[in-house]
Design a protein around this ligand. Sequence first.
Ligand code: C5P
Length: 478
Amino acid sequence: MAGPGGIKVLLVIGGGIAAYKSCELVRLIRRNGGEVSCVLTDGGAQFVTPMTLAALSGNPVHTTLWDLKNEVEMGHIQLSREADLVVVCPATANMLAKMAAGIADDLATTLLLATDKPVMAVPAMNVRMWTHAAVQANVATLRERGVAVIDPDEGAMACGEYGPGRLPEPEAIWGAIAAWAAGDARPFAAPSVEPAREEAQGGLGGLIASLIPRGKAKPSDTAGPLLAGKGAASASLHDISDDHAPARSFAFRFEGTPLSGKHVLVTAGPTHEPIDPVRYIANRSSGRQGFAIAAAAAAAGARVTLVAGPVTLDTPPGVTRVDVQTAREMADAVRESLPADVAVMTAAVADWRAADMRGQKMKKRSSAPPALRLEENPDILATLGTSDRRPALLIGFAAETEDVIENAIAKRERKRADWIVANDVSGPVGASVMGGADNRVHLVSEGGVETWPEMAKEDVAANLIERIVTAVETTSGE
Ligand code: C5P
C-alpha cells in the first residue's frame, strides 16, 4: 500500500441510523486517493441502498452470502483479499456481539471471521446500549484480539438521548484510517480517558497547530494510547527530537476543509547525489518544514502529494508520498504529479551531482585525493515557473546565510515563483534552523516582504496554509 492515499478499504456497513455517514466516508476515502468496496448488511440496507454505495464507491456492492455468481467469482473468504483494512462502520451492538462470539450468519460476519486483514470497528448506538456491560465486554474482547474499536462521540442522539454512542464524523474516521495507513498503529490501542490537547490559538493556524505535535513529546504521550477526544478519531505523539529520532507521526483532527478539491504538491528534504556506492553529495535538511506543510495542507482538506528526498520522517496522515533519492528523480516525480493547484518547493535540492558516478567504492590513494567533476542538476522550481503546467500558486523556499531578503527577492524573479519563503540558515551546525524545531522566515511576494516572528515549524506551516487558503479563495472568486 502506498501510504494513506493508496489505501484499499473493505467497508462493512451495519444497520443503524448512522449508516448514512458511511456514504460520506466512502467519498472521503476516494477523494484522498483510496479505493473502497462495500458490504451492506440487511440492517444497513434499511438505511442506505446498494445503488447509492455502488455509485459513490465505483465498485459493486456485496450484500448476500448466497449470491452464487459472486461466490464463484469472489468467494466470501476472498472478499477482503484485495483490501488493506476492513472497516465496520457503523458497528452496531449486534455486530460487535457477533464479532466477539465468532458468529457467522451473513456475508458481513462471515467475512469478518474469515479475514486475515486488520479490522477497525466504528461503533454507533444508543448511549445505554454503548455503556451496557455486555457491549463493553464485547468491545474489550475485540480490542484484546487486535480489532481497532474507535470510541464513539458524545452528543445528542437520533433517539433523543444524550451521551457517548454517536458515530464520529466521517472526517475523523478517515483521520483514524489515514493514521493507521501512515503506520501509526496506536489508534488501535486500548482507549484512553485522557483529554485531547488543546492549543489556545484561533483560526486554521490554531487548529492545525493543535493537531501537529511539536517539540519533544512527554514519555506519557509516547507510551500513551489513542487520545479519543470529542469529535475526533485522533492519533498520538512520537518523540521528534532530531533527524535521527524514530520517525514521527502527526496527529490529526479534521474540522473544515478549505482546500478540499485542490491538489497541493510539496517537495521536502535533501537529495542525495551519489559519488560512488557509499558516498554522496547533499545539502543539510531534515525535511521537517516540508512535512509539516504537507500535513497542514492535508488537514485543510487538500489532496497532497509529498515528493520526499531521503529523510527519517513518517508520512503525515492523508498524504501521498513519493520517495526519491536524487534531484533528477525528484524532478521526474514532480512532473508526474502534475497538474497541481499549489506547489510548495521546500526541498534542499543539491545543485550539483557527480559527473561520473563510480561503480565501485573509490579507494584512498597515497598520492593526491581524486578529483571530483560536477554537473548541474535541473532546477525544479525554475522549470515549473516557466512550464505550461505551472501551478496557479508556486511557492519556493530560500535558505540563505547572508543578504537573506535581497537574495530571496532576486530568487522570486529568477524562478518565476509567486512567493519565496526565505530563512536565515546561518549559525553553527546543529544550532541553526536546519534540523531544528523552530524557524524564522520572511514571506516575499509581489506585495512586499513580511517578516514573521520565530515560531515552531508547524506554526510556519499552519500560517502558510492559511495564506494559501486566502490566495486560493481570492483566485477562485475572481
Ligand atoms: O537556488 P536555491 O537552491 O536557493 O533555491 C531554493 C528554492 O528552489 C527552493 O524552493 C528549492 O526547493 C528550489 N530548488 C529546486 N531545484 C533545484 C534547486 C532549488 O526546486 N535544483
